[in-house]
Design a binder for this molecule. Sequence first.
Ligand code: SDX
Length: 392
Amino acid sequence: TGGVTTIDPGFKNTGSCESAITFLDGEKGILRYRGYSIEELAEKADFLEVAFLLIFGELPTKEELLKFEQDIKEQSVVDDDVKKIVDAFPKSAHPMGVLSSLTSALTAFNPSSVNVDSEEDVYNTVCKIMGKFPVLVAWTMRKQKGLPLDYGDDSLGYVENILKMMFKKPNQEYTQNPILVNALDKLLILHADHEQNCSTSTVRIVGSSHAGLFASLSSGISALWGPLHGGANQAVLEMLEGIKEDGGDTKKYMAKAKDKQDPFRLMGFGHRVYKNFDPRAKIIKKAADEVLADLGIDDPVLDIAKGLAEEALSDPYFVDRKLYPNVDFYSGIIYRGMGIPTEMFTVMFALGRLPGWIAQWKEMRNRKEPIGRPRQIYIGENLRPFKSITER
Ligand code: SDX
């Protein structure tokens, strides 16, 4: 057994590292990036400022932010051969699978990104991925819609340009609609980091072998894809749609969620760390109301979502297990209101989480963390002699 006497499935009680990036208090519903509260950052900062803060440790000065924005723009071209990889996928391919593949493929077109021996190497590699990732996200969506893979408009801001590349609406006001831009900017900030969650731990452990940043990010995207993690935002909308199609009977689905024989879970509820409320969910719920009202959208699934949340908050099964709406519960309702396809919701989560993954990978490399290699308790067969095929 290699000296191990106990194991900790899902690492529920295991700390993997020391980190100075994000602070969570699950009991009090506190989330801070580098000491700043998520409430203040969502209200007063923009996504690129928060990305700089997470990755480099301080809020940028005006000059630093302008340079970061310019350096990212200069790196936002993706090798045209990457389009051949996009073309090779069937239209039915899930966008998370496409995004993970394209992110890993970036290494082939940027081999120098693997060597991060100096701070300058790191900075250049960070700008490369911050510039190219939104293009991959947009191309992933356009592939699904059978639309041309092209670029946006470099004169636009980072988030505006993402909307421009994704939608390419002829009418400028759509992609530069301040309601949409502010909503997306806030959503990306709220998703930007969350300490040692499943996908971030994946990025850190893959990076601990000194695999390149893009390969480590590609692994994180795959981990995020799962419906228990980032994939939950897609699963929430599919669940809400199902309840709506089924007549909107939320009590029936609450009962299913409590029935141990039924594999159904109330997607968007519960959290490993937050045993009270997810502070992000509170902000996103408010934003959902504002965005849908501003866009003049009356989405019945929002009412179903609110009904479920109210019922769960007073149901002993959920209260005893401290199951409250999490970040994924309301976010999809906003994405849908913005015209983003359901299968792209987790890609939007990855777009937000990118700076957090980068920051955590950089911290792990800067602190020269050892390669991740846990032990086990062996429960298999004892030594036994080989049997020839005629004896089996
Ligand atoms: C994210 O870790 C992070 O920080 C993640 C994240 C981030 O920013 O990176 O916050 C993003 O992934 C949010 C979570 C999104 N996932 C979902 O919404 C999927 C539904 N929720 C779960 O499956 C679950 O709540 C987890 C995965 C979020 C947490 O799982 P845990 O901590 O391993 O808890 P558990 O599965 O052991 O559940 C404890 C109890 C069990 O009942 P008992 O066996 O004690 O009787 O609560 C029940 C579970 O059956 N339970 C649920 C439930 N979630 C837990 N029952 C019904 N519906 C649910 N959603």
